[in-house]
Design a protein around this ligand. Sequence first.
Ligand code: COA
Length: 372
Amino acid sequence: MAENTAGLRGITAGETALCTVGQAGTGLTYRGYDIHDLAEKATFEEVAFLLLYGELPTAPQLEAYLERLKGLRQLPVALREVLERIPADAHPMDVMRTGASMLGNLETEADFSEQDQHIDRMLATFPGIITYWHRFAQDGTRIETDSDEPNTGAHFLRLLHGRSPDPLHVKVMQASLILYAEHEFNASTFTARTCASTLSDIHSCITGAIGTLRGPLHGGANEAAMAMIEDWQTPDEAERELLGMLERKEKIMGFGHAIYRKSDPRNAIIKEWSRQLADKVGDTRLYPVSERVEAVMQREKGLFCNADFFHASAYHFMGIPTPLFTPIFVISRLTGWAAHVKEQRGHNRIIRPSADYTGPELRTWVPIEQRG
Ligand code: COA
């Protein structure tokens, strides 16, 4: 394979009506709407509806959608029991993977005509799956996963902290969930589509995608970015340490992108929310450190922050534990994955690419007693 096509870079692997990356507007569009408009004006559920059903909802449609999701938040008893058996030191992404898979055992998609109801159920239960396990693993509390919170972000924060969320935090969660919702043929979405192309069930598609998102080169980058910046007390220390990492040719998590070349359009949006949260909590360390890291990476390597970098500080300022960062990405990207599964099912052909063979020429069979 020619080097510039390694990782399938630049190769068109199918069609989608869901999203453009680096082509139109400010660089990211969902079904024709610019990400800046959506992050500023829409709610996450409007965006979920847009991705899953093709158009923005009318007011009655949105109201019905929110009510439907609210009514589906209770976890089945058998799923709670499974979550309680997962070790307290497990990785939360493994919890999400098991949670999605167990739900598929309990509420199996028998026919594709049921796909929307299973997608709604996952959207409604994923915040409960991760927070139920987290709270139980931390202090043995068995939380109620129902809440009256009107939207997914507020619901997640309430279950996590056990109290009514701060309105600014709810706004940031809305924006964050919108930014993470969809991104064309990224690795986890491609996993979901490949699984869908075999006519597998929706829970298998989503479970496979969660496993793919787990890696630090994909969704795990926000956690890795947090682990890096929280060690640094001042911008000067950050610069010194960062220069050392670059000299040792280490990858800096939260920087660079496979498609964007000059900037990630999601960064400016989450960076501004991170700044507002830093002001609110009176931070004088993490945000200035993050800004210095951004400046040094631009100066030294011409590399820009991707969506993950300022998500790290933003989530931290909202009191979200670092290991839960990537599960929030799952709660959001579920919408994009599921929309792609529906699209794949709509015009399906099994995904089965070819490979350039690099092994030995045809050889003669050697009986075991004659092998050296
Ligand atoms: N830190 C240091 N160097 C980086 C880098 C980073 N975050 N991202 C890219 N580079 C370097 C690459 O090593 C490569 O150098 P080389 O030519 O000497 O090997 C060069 O920049 C060009 O890389 P590019 O082709 O643009 O990246 P890619 O398409 O292979 O990989 C990522 C894209 C996202 C996987 C990569 O940028 C990365 O690993 N980033 C960190 C993880 C991350 O934040 N992931 C979340 C993505 S939204």
